[in-house]
Design a protein around this ligand. Structure first.
Ligand code: ADP
Ligand code: ADP
Length: 218
């Protein structure tokens, strides 16, 4: 699971995230909803140990990312700023990631199959369409079979088929008992995807509620 406690991040005089606290429970898709610039990516980057908080903590399974013994086995993320070596094939990218993360190489073929990239695994990542690059990022996130998964605006720019695929994938991961946090600025997308909603505005928590509660009569 994920626990965010009093999390705060400032860039100069801008408070990107301000005293933010929420939990993300396993077995459900939790939507992280807020307009552009509300602090969703900054929060996810802190959960993944890519940015240091100015105050508070972001914990995965009770620990900061930097203290996880085998991070890839505990948490995987599809973040907005994905960095690929464009000259590397998809399978080489994943093999390098597996080797660095203490994950058996056989997992690479498995995750390539899961995301539907087996046929193009030998192609350079730099030649991939947005949808394929997205799938490669997801393959990386799934490589360590982690119990916690983060998706930052995963449906942006995808065609309807790609959107449906990612939505079904996230629901399947939650149904397996994993903790899934997905950000979006679109309430319409969250209504179709999430079981639970964490809503933020200007870096602050606005609501933390189940979708059933939101849509219940009376
Ligand atoms: P969201 O993901 O909800 O669109 P972000 O977390 O990207 O929001 O941004 C939150 C705020 O922090 C915005 O005002 C953004 O401009 C600012 N911000 C994010 N990253 C940086 C950075 N590296 N340097 C300066 N300001 C940043
Ligand atoms: P490098 O070999 O460039 O030093 P890293 O080990 O930091 O690389 O990461 C290699 C690639 O794996 C990067 O594209 C990074 O975004 C991705 N990556 C690292 N950790 C994770 C993770 N937990 N989930 C998904 N992708 C990850």
């Amino acid at each position: 699971m994920i626990s965010v406690r009093g999390l705060t991040k400032r860039y100069g005089s801008t408070a990107a995230v301000e005293d933010l606290s929420f939990d993300v429970a396993p077995g459900a898709v939790t939507g992280f909803l807020g307009p552009n610039g509300s602090g969703k990516s900054t929060t996810m980057r802190m959960i993944m140990g890519l940015d240091a908080p100015d105050a508070g903590q972001a914990l995965v399974n009770g620990r900061p990312y930097a203290e996880l013994a085998w991070p890839l086995r505990e948490v995987g993320a599809l973040l907005e700023a994905r960095t690929y070596h464009p000259g590397r094939s998809a399978s080489r990218h994943l093999r390098a990631l597996a080797a660095g993360g203490g994950i058996p190489g056989a997992r690479v073929d498995e995750v390539l199959r899961t995301v539907g990239l087996s046929e193009v695994a030998h192609r350079r990542a730099g030649t991939f369409s947005l949808g394929m690059a997205q799938r490669l990022g997801i393959a990386g996130a799934l490589l360590g079979d982690p119990g916690v998964l983060l998706f930052d605006e995963p449906v942006n720019g995808l065609d309807p088929e790609g959107v449906r695929w990612i939505r079904d994938l996230m629901k399947g991961l939650a149904a397996e008992g994993r903790t899934v946090l997905v950000s979006s600025h679109l309430i319409s997308e969250m209504a179709l995807t999430a079981d639970h909603l964490v809503v933020i505005g200007q870096g602050r928590l606005l609501a933390d509620t189940s979708v059933a509660e939101l849509t219940a009569d009376g």
